[in-house]
Design a binder for this molecule. Structure first.
Ligand SMILES: C[S@@+](CC[C@H](N)C(=O)[O-])C[C@H]1O[C@@H](n2cnc3c(N)ncnc32)[C@H](O)[C@@H]1O
Length: 371
């Protein structure tokens, strides 16, 4: 990391003695100023809440602010200090041990909801609102804070009154936080009351390793969706409307060689970022170890006859590997599919703030046969 020039540090210090602390992570004065503003607002807010409780004065907010800036100078992500991150219209609570939601993931979630609505409109008759005989079933694998599952509820609930969303993760920390996020956003009025009964979080292992990690995803699906309306359906015809996932996808090499930022490496959970190193199934399936989650998720997508599958990938190369993997896995018996990497058109890239050749992409797979 290049060193910050002394002249910039002096300029920052003259403006505010806390700015040099933030410059270390922010790298530019503009972004350090923004962070200082957010941190000051939070320190004041916290002190106000505390003083209301103790009926005391606002004493202490400066000490609180200084301590926040010191944590930031050690590389602690801003969201862990502030305690939350906006995600669409939601406020997602962030805690150490669970990955912080990213803005790319928010864009992929919005695009996934658009695709689901479009699919429903294609099956719509006589210009009526989308009519579904069954509830709209959504599965979010590797749910983390629950950000994708919860945002999908806000995006889909206005059109689909009968909605079932299941978020799955292997980490109890993540699942507890996802449930907290559901309750918190309900209390804030950012989620409709239906979310309480329509969104659930469940522990399961996407890699099906039988490590005492609880249920397999298939078992979780059976338990959850069968209990809510699909009792007589054979397992192979679960008919998910959307299977979405942002799985761990970084290679061990990229995690250690500096491609992944120091702050992410030191403070965010490796479990959320890097698939297990010695994945025998990756070798068996002939895929790169960092792609192993996609193999398991695509298998499940085919078995559960998912109408739409949306998978976040680290970059365009990984997205192409996922498309090739899917192509290899399907046969004429599996059905007909449209597969695209999003965003890829100049317009989608620009409108959604993506770099034209760098950064995350998602693969969107839609079934074209009627199931
Ligand atoms: C990249 S994070 C995504 C979190 C969240 N969906 C988001 O987009 O911010 C991946 C998540 O996968 C979970 N995970 C890791 N291994 C898993 C496994 N074998 N089965 C289920 N979840 C797993 C991690 O706990 C983590 O929460």
């Amino acid at each position: 990391m290049p060193r910050i020039s002394t002249s910039l540090l002096i300029k920052a210090y003259r403006e505010n003695s806390l700015l040099p602390l933030l410059l270390r992570e922010c790298r530019s004065l503009t972004s350090a100023r923004n962070e200082l503003r957010w941190l000051r607002e939070r320190a004041l807010h916290d002190s106000q809440s505390a003083s209301r409780l103790t009926k005391g004065s606002l004493f202490g907010w400066r000490t609180r602010l200084r301590s926040m800036c010191q944590r930031r100078s050690k590389g602690v992500p801003l969201q862990y200090i502030l305690g939350d991150q906006p995600f669409g219209d939601l406020e997602i609570i962030c805690r150490r041990g669970v990955l912080i939601p990213r803005s790319d993931t928010e864009s992929f979630t919005v695009q996934a909801a658009k695709t689901v609505r479009q699919m429903a409109l294609e099956h719509m008759h006589d210009n009526q609102a989308p009519q579904m005989e069954k509830p709209l079933r959504v599965l979010d694998l590797c749910t983390g804070t629950g950000c994708i599952a919860l945002l999908l509820h806000t995006l889909l609930a206005p059109q689909f009154k009968d909605l079932m969303i299941l978020g799955v993760d292997i980490s109890d920390n993540a699942l507890n936080l996802a449930r907290t996020n559901l309750e918190y956003n309900l209390r804030q009025g950012l989620l409709s009351n239906d979310a309480l009964t329509q969104v659930h979080f469940q522990r399961a292992d996407v890699l099906n390793r039988g490590l005492g990690a609880g249920l397999t995803v298939k078992e979780a699906l059976e338990q959850h969706f069968n209990g809510l309306g699909g009792k007589s359906e054979p397992h192979s015809a679960l008919g998910l409307d959307l299977l979405i996932s942002n799985p761990p996808y970084i290679s061990t090499v990229d995690f250690r060689n500096g491609t992944t930022s120091r702050s992410v490496r030191r403070f965010e959970p490796e479990l959320a970022l890097v698939p297990p190193a010695t994945s025998k199934s990756a070798i068996l399936e002939g895929c790169n170890p960092e792609d192993i989650f996609y193999h398991h998720i695509l298998t499940l997508s085919l078995q559960s006859v998912a109408k739409t599958t949306v998978l976040e990938c680290g970059d365009i190369m990984q997205a192409r590997r996922v498309v090739a993997m899917h192509k290899k896995m399907i046969s004429h018996k599996s059905g007909y599919f449209d597969t695209q990497i999003w965003p890829s058109s100049e317009r989608d890239l620009a409108e959604n703030g993506f770099h034209h050749s760098d950064g995350a992409r998602c693969v969107i797979i839609t079934r074209r046969d009627n199931v």
